[in-house]
Design a protein around this ligand. Sequence first.
Ligand SMILES: C[S@@+](CC[C@H](N)C(=O)[O-])C[C@H]1O[C@@H](n2cnc3c(N)ncnc32)[C@H](O)[C@@H]1O
Length: 259
Amino acid sequence: MNKHPLWYRIRGLEKMEARFGNNLIQKFIRQRLSTENTVRILELGFGEGVCLLELRALFPDKRVKFYGINDIKKGNMKKRSDFLENAKKFGIDVPKNLLPKPFFYDAGKGLHFDDNYFDAIISQVAIPYVGDKSKLLEEFWRVLKPQGKAFLHIDTYEKFYPDFLQVSKETPRFVIYKKGKLIKVSEHLNKFRKKGFDVRFKIKKGKANRCVLMKKTTTKPLKLGLRYDEDSSFDLTRFNKEKKIRGVWWGTRSVFFMK
Ligand SMILES: C[S@@+](CC[C@H](N)C(=O)[O-])C[C@H]1O[C@@H](n2cnc3c(N)ncnc32)[C@H](O)[C@@H]1O
């Protein structure tokens, strides 16, 4: 069977939920609907909008509002009404007056939303592309409502990655140096858990998928204390035309130093 030409932008809710297990996202939205007047959900890197549209179809309640950020206008996703076109294309039945709201900018430079705005933030196969991943995590914390949750796929690791990606197997595209030595993202985030920030790093055993789960347990700002080093970070996709090695040349290898 031929792959859909936009296969890399059309992952849906089933794939998203499978990364975290047990339909946690849907369960959390249901739970928030029982306590909140308005429930806002943000997807970072919504691609063609399939996941947001599937959620919209599951939650046609107008108290639930969906938002998405892509860095650029691409594929068939350039304006809000494109959600309706894509819903038709993918056979998803959504109320046409309740389309998700799209935004187009580099989320690694900060989020254009107020503090304490979203009940849930979700993301798959998008954060690995972002340059300043540390700032992005801090911003997610800021825009989450108290007790809000983020379900984030932050990276992927495969055994066939080349040596320079093997040195940081936990998160090949999120590299932290402390006094010249590599430290793991999980180790760094754990320090913040001890300070009352519920930020957990998860790997499904033996799986490629690396995730971060957040629950906004304090309104104190999350400051990860990392400096993004643009000089040693690089966009792997720059090379994918020449190299053509399956499943390697995508995302940004972001390098950070402890402040
Ligand atoms: C490979 S597509 C994946 C789309 C969809 N999540 C999926 O899994 O099919 C990567 C997505 O991340 C978004 N993205 C990449 N870098 C970004 C950035 N710096 N800021 C905001 N969105 C970004 C792109 O616009 C695109 O929607």
